[in-house]
Design a protein around this ligand. Structure first.
Ligand code: SAH
Ligand code: SF4
Ligand code: F3S
Length: 481
């Protein structure tokens, strides 16, 4: 299609005369939920809504995009719904939509429990948000859509009045935070086929479905045209990308479609940095590790969740790799990029975890020397295999193990921070503090958070910074003149 053969109208033009409704969005959970919130906002914008940043009080629609990973995450949603119920009593026109993983897991039961919910949508049905809002208006009943379809159409085909210029989408994909225009997320694969025995994700996100490479590259080009400098490719098993497209169960020896996609995104003009998360050690190949040496735009940072340090625990978790295999991946990475920062996820107090098994996790921390870790107390999730295991660990014991693990890792994290002080690193600046706009926050290539003080607007700029001090959360630095 030639670019001058169509007249391109902004999507909002057809509804110019109608006052826009305001949507307030709260996003919990992982980055995939952030990307989903952006997708939903995009659909809402095409249906006469605009994002309000002035809180729920002024909104016509409140959207809670929820997380189900641990019981605590689910509780937050229930208590938030209680508060919003009071707001709704004062403002009868207000609509409440619950989306995300709690919506999928609880389904209609949640609407029975909380009838103030107008619309409930699982992550596999978010494209139906505008339709369900209309359905709610017409029927006066709560509208619900959960489940997963095999097809995975791109958002750009879903939005009414969509037109394209060449292959660039004309639909705005907004940033929900308004804060992260510089680094944007692109979902490349939905769902998970692994069924680790502790995890709800295969139930809340369905089986793996990859988007086509054409769609992904189109979205990346769009993000770059909107000012993005750093792209993070997302999936619960990001490195099994494309296996469903090529009909394979295991990643081919050459690294398969994921390695191919990373190379294509890295070569996209305007992409200055490229990251991906979350990688599963089972599908992690040597060609993937080798990319860190050959592709300098790849962030020198790898999040590789291990969950536990003992093979017996890993087997009960059904993680499909041993500690030796996991360590081989770490060696591949460090051979390819000696200074790569590595982080992980850990669960303490998994059913049946003995003191000996827990101590193996502590030894793993000392051996790998992660830059940082995300450690969680095991939370029993209904429907998962581990919820039925008999030898559950007491809460007190989980607390003790978590504190001991965090104490050890804090020491290691601080040693990494101290080693970085005095060095000069390139920092990509992302946003500035609301309280003090002179405080700019950015990331090094190896994913450390750095703050500097500057009167100038640094958003989107990559500048050398001398690191002068820091703690386990962030480093402080000065711009090198
Ligand atoms: N797909 C990623 C993990 C996604 S969930 C992977 O396979 O590594 C993010 C993290 O939440 C997990 O890595 C795990 O550490 C934690 N998690 C998941 N289920 C949990 C549960 N039931 N209790 C405690 N932590 C859990
Ligand atoms: Fe959950 Fe395991 Fe899938 Fe990760 S790989 S999302 S932990 S089931
Ligand atoms: Fe939570 Fe769902 Fe992500 S359970 S971690 S929001 S996939």
């Amino acid at each position: 299609m030639s670019s001058d053969s169509i007249s391109i109208q902004p999507i909002s033009s057809s509804t110019k005369s109608v006052a826009k409704k305001k949507v307030h969005i709260e996003t919990w959970g992982c980055q995939m939920n952030v990307a989903d919130s952006e997708r939903m906002l995009s659909l809402l914008e095409a249906n006469n809504y605009e994002l309000t940043n002035s809180g729920p009080d002024n909104a016509d629609l409140i959207l809670l995009n929820t997380c189900h990973i641990r019981e605590k995450a689910r509780h937050k949603v229930l208590s938030r719904l209680g508060v919003l119920d009071q707001l709704k009593a004062q403002k009868p026109g207000l609509k409440i939509a619950v989306t995300g993983c709690v919506a999928q897991a609880d389904g209609k039961k949640l609407v029975e429990l909380a009838p103030q919910i107008d619309v409930l949508i699982g992550p596999g049905k978010i494209d139906e948000l505008p339709r369900l809002l209309r359905e709610r208006d017409i029927t006066g009943e709560s509208a619900v859509a959960t489940g997963f379809d095999r097809h995975n159409e791109d958002i750009h085909q879903k939005v009414d009045d969509h037109q394209t210029l060449g292959d660039e989408p004309m639909i705005h994909i907004p940033s929900v935070t308004g804060k992260y225009e510089v680094n944007r997320f692109v979902n490349i694969i939905q769902g998970c086929n692994n069924f680790c025995t502790f995890c709800v994700v295969p139930f809340t996100r369905g089986r793996e479905i990859s988007r086509s490479m054409t769609e992904i590259l189109q979205e990346v080009r769009y993000m770059v045209s909107q000012g993005a400098k750093e792209i993070t490719l997302l999936g619960q098993n990001v490195n099994s990308y494309g296996l469903d497209l090529i009909g394979c169960d295991d990643v081919p020896e050459d690294g398969g479609p994921f390695v191919e996609l990373l190379k294509a995104v890295a070569e996209t003009p305007g992409v200055e940095r490229l990251r991906f998360t979350t990688s599963n050690p089972h599908d992690f190949t040597k060609p993937l590790a080798d990319l860190f040496a050959s592709h300098p735009k790849l962030g020198l940072y790898m999040h590789l969740p291990v969950q536990a340090g003992h093979d017996r625990t890993l087997e009960r978790m059904k993680r499909k790799v041993t500690i030796d295999q996991y360590m081989q991946r770490i060696e591949w990475l460090r051979a390819s990029a000696p200074n790569i920062a590595i982080s992980t996820d850990l669960i303490v107090g998994f059913p049946g975890e003995t003191e000996e098994e827990f101590e193996a996790t502590l030894r793993l921390l000392e051996k790998v020397r992660y830059s940082f870790v995300y450690a969680f107390k095991y939370s029993s999730r209904k429907g998962t295999a581990a919820a039925r295991f008999l030898d559950q660990v007491s809460e007190d014991e989980k607390d003790r193990r978590l504190a001991k693990l965090n104490e050890l890792q804090d020491k290691i994290t601080l040693e990494h921070v101290l080693a970085a002080i005095g060095s000069v690193k390139d920092v990509l600046f992302i946003y500035n503090s609301k309280k003090d706009p002179r405080i700019w926050v950015g990331k090094t290539l190896d994913y450390r958070t750095v703050r500097v003080c500057s009167e100038a607007n640094l958003a989107g700029k990559t500048l050398p910074v001398k690191l002068t001090s820091g703690n386990k959360i962030a480093l402080i630095g000065e711009l090198v003149q």
